[in-house]
Design a protein around this ligand. Structure first.
Ligand code: PLP
Length: 422
């Protein structure tokens, strides 16, 4: 054991002098992925017919051009009137939706800012930190909800929403959840759609960011929550989101919202002043690049071919390095952008710091929890897509050494052994 400890320390010290600078922090597409969409930029030229609908060169058309609405209606299995395309990324629409709920209230409801004592949101955790930061920005109190292998703990959710009309919503990433990679079960989705809520303006923010981002040929599917809510008598309960940020270009893509026809009418009308017209030329570029769902899926298969080996590499190194230690669990997800490592309690911050000290960036410990508070201090999120395979290999080995050292330190093994043998 002593040799093992000093060997680990030696390796860790050797990393310190190597001037490493590796990043597994953000779920960004890598350069090869971005290259895939370059041909899209050649599709709209001065020769392209833009005099379509109300003339794509002009002001008219707030909620998106028809061919792109048709594409996303098919992807999300709704009608075209249930689609709103606004801005270039989904976070803009999600942020704006919460802003509108706070300032104006949903159609026919009191603005959340006027609710005595303030309003609350359910935050399945670990989750996507931007969701939590939106709540923080608008002073919405966050209630942490434990996640299990099938989605949020629904017993907990149902009990809370039944009793408390200040609970106005829940954030959900239902397919290849960020960061755990889990997929919401049929039962979870049906319970979310049918549960009784004391707040009539309770809303599910269904962030289906990874709806076409599969990492297996099987293409996992989830139930259509918009239909489920409709069937259970709550047609306006859910706003679903997705975007092309990780399909084409982050920031240069299109943000999409799907909901009931009434909600989309309300959102469109409420957005008229701020977004008289989206970037219809960029939307046209996208609809020409993806003339059908088949074309979109073929493009996503190319993404999968680039990033799947990275996920497999992370999974393999974790198994090779940590299996016999029994101190970490994770799943190799069937889609999405992240791998979530659950360590023994009390290790995450220390491991994150150890990685940082030698130049490996991972998502800060705690940041996948509301207020940055992971009470168990156990969760670390890895984003494998951006680095090259070679860099990822190195970064993962650093991470595994950091995990082992942190474990030994935490259990005081290093100090005790040094005392005994010193
Ligand atoms: C769950 C989830 N939603 C939304 C986003 C960002 O989407 P967009 O670029 O469309 O704002 C991300 C990016 O990591 C994400 O993981």
């Amino acid at each position: 054991m002593k040799e093992q400890v000093s060997e680990l320390k030696k390796i860790y010290e050797s990393y310190k002098v190597q001037n490493i600078s590796l990043n597994m922090e953000r779920g960004w597409p890598c350069k090869e992925q971005l290259e895939l969409s370059m041909p899209m930029l050649d599709l709209v030229t001065s020769h392209t017919n833009l005099c379509l609908e109300n003339d794509y060169r002009g002001y008219a058309g707030t909620a998106g051009i028809a061919p792109l609405k048709k594409l996303f209606a098919e992807v999300l299995q709704v009608s075209e009137e249930q689609i709103y395309i606004g801005g270039t990324m989904s976070t803009t629409i999600m942020y704006d939706l919460i802003n509108k709920a706070v300032v104006f209230g949903f159609d026919g409801f009191m603005p959340w800012k006027d609710f005595k004592g303030g309003v609350k949101f359910l935050c399945p955790s670990p989750g996507y930190e931007k969701h939590f930061n939106i709540c923080k920005t608008f002073g919405i109190e966050m209630i942490q909800i434990p996640m299990n292998d099938f989605g949020p703990d629904m017993d907990f959710v149902e009990e809370l929403v039944k009793e408390d009309d200040s609970i106005k919503g829940i954030w959900c990433v239902p397919l290849y959840s960020n960061p755990t990679g889990i997929i919401y079960s049929d039962e979870t989705i049906q319970r979310l759609a049918s549960m009784e809520t004391k707040a009539e303006d309770f809303r599910i923010i269904w962030d289906n960011a990874y709806c076409v981002h599969h990492l297996t040929v099987e293409k996992c599917q989830i139930r259509n929550i918009i239909d489920e809510c409709m069937e259970h008598g709550y047609p306006d309960r859910v706003f679903e989101f997705t975007s092309t940020s990780k399909i084409t270009f982050p920031g240069g893509g299109v943000g999409v919202c799907a909901s009931s026809v009434d909600n989309i009418k309300w959102l469109t009308q409420k957005s008229l002043l701020q977004l008289k017209s989206g970037d219809k030329i960029n939307q046209l570029r996208h609809s020409m690049f993806f003339p059908s769902v088949e074309a979109l899926n073929a493009h996503m298969k190319k993404h999968m071919d680039i990033i799947k080996p990275k996920f497999d590499l992370v999974d393999r190194i974790l198994h090779e390095q940590l299996d016999e230690w029994n101190i970490a669990t994770w799943i190799n997800p069937k889609g999405g952008y992240f791998i979530n490592i659950k360590l023994l309690n009390g290790m995450a911050h220390n491991v994150w710091e150890k990685c940082k000290e030698v130049g490996v960036s991972i998502t800060p410990a705690g940041s996948t929890f509301p207020y940055g508070e992971d009470k168990e201090d156990a969760y670390l999120r890895i984003a494998p897509t951006y680095p090259s395979l070679e860099d990822l290999d190195k970064a993962m080995h650093v991470l595994c050494v950091a995990i082992k050292l942190s474990y030994l330190e935490k259990h005081n093994l290093i100090n005790i052994m040094e005392e005994n043998h010193g």
